[in-house]
Write a new protein. Structure first.
Length: 341
């Protein structure tokens, strides 16, 4: 028969073992769930580094569309914690459908310029990209404004993707914020008259069209230039154009963002906060900038060597939230102008 002292010692040992097991289990299952519009190769290096540093596992659901619909369908039972999107339009859609929650962090607000985050702290930029003008090298160096897309000297010389693509909708919204609804409609109609072909394809397809002498001017996000330069099959397209930063003598180039937000019913809110703060840290911003050839949202982190080689530029200082308020009006004007027809 065990002595009382030995019995108590065994009991205490068992209790300590159980506590240790539960503690280990709790640590082992620490996780955060991400719904992402960003491609796996762009975010996996970030998440791997985050997990290595924090011990928090990142579970990711990748999608090209339908995030708002999925979150609405899942409701309060949604497992989503952090939402990653590819542009301001998709962030605003999530906001307008009441799928986000306010999230205050001094680390995040200290890292992200005010114009690139929501006033109510529901969404935040991670990277920025310019809506550039690509021009055929045969034109030499040009000083270009977005307004010049309507100049009759470019009649039959411009290519673009659909006017209703979120990247172009955001640009049109910025024009409305700058010039008003009436003048922007006139601009859209004249812009359409200058098209060399019906709006179609991707941003890269427009550069290909310039290479093929189908047009001289196109719109395109800055990071596509880097992607083409690094693609052996597309490098000759990029070599045929100059990348131009519009409106450098006035308000500055239109800038869009990739961004993040905290899901309304986040079940792992503290882990989500830890991840979101990590994504705006200097090491994460450096890694993100190198991977995706966009511009870091932090002013104290430099762009990659390739991106920096395109030169410094002046960005439009108008807040993206102000521009995004014109999104519905922009879509209406694009329809009125029958831009895609």
């Amino acid at each position: 028969m065990l002595s009382k002292a030995l019995f108590l010692q065994c009991v205490m040992g068992a209790v300590i073992s159980v506590i240790s097991f539960l503690s280990f289990t709790a640590h082992a299952i620490e996780e955060v769930n991400v719904y992402s519009y960003r491609q796996p190769f762009l975010v996996k290096p970030l998440f791997d580094k985050f997990t290595h540093q924090s011990g928090i596992k990142v579970n990711v659901v990748f999608a090209k569309k339908g995030m708002a619909e999925r979150l609405s369908r899942e409701g309060k039972y949604s497992p989503a914690d952090v939402l990653l999107t590819t542009d301001i339009s998709r962030l605003i859609e999530l906001h307008d459908k009441d799928l986000l929650q306010k999230f205050t962090s001094s680390k995040i607000n200290g890292a992200i310029p005010k114009q690139y985050r929501a006033q109510d702290d529901t969404w935040f930029a991670l990277t920025t990209r310019v809506r550039n003008i690509y021009s055929a090298k045969r034109l030499g160096n040009i000083d270009f404004n977005y307004e010049d897309l309507a100049d009759e000297k470019y009649q039959g010389r411009i290519c673009t993707r659909s006017g209703k693509h979120p990247y172009n909708v955001a640009l049109v919204a910025s024009m409305i914020a700058e010039h008003g609804e009436t003048d922007t409609l006139v601009w859209l109609e004249k812009f359409k008259n200058n098209l060399a072909r019906k709006p179609q394809g991707s941003d890269r397809a427009q550069v290909q069209a310039i290479h093929q002498n189908l047009c001289d001017i196109s719109l395109g996000n800055s990071y596509y230039f880097g992607k083409m330069l690094k693609d052996e099959k597309q490098k000759n397209w990029a070599d045929a154009v100059n990348i131009n930063f519009p409106n450098q003598k006035n308000r500055g180039a239109h800038v869009n963002i990739s961004g993040m937000a905290l899901a309304k019913y986040s079940p792992n809110k503290q882990n989500a906060k830890t991840l979101m703060e990590f994504l705006v840290s200097i090491p994460a911003q450096q890694l993100y900038a190198e991977t995706n050839m966009e511009y870091p949202v932090r002013s104290d982190v430099t762009a990659s060597t390739l991106v920096a080689s395109w030169g410094a530029f002046k960005a439009d200082s108008l807040s993206l939230e102000t521009i995004a308020k014109q999104r519905k009006t922009a879509l209406k004007l694009i329809d009125i102008a029958q831009f895609d027809l």
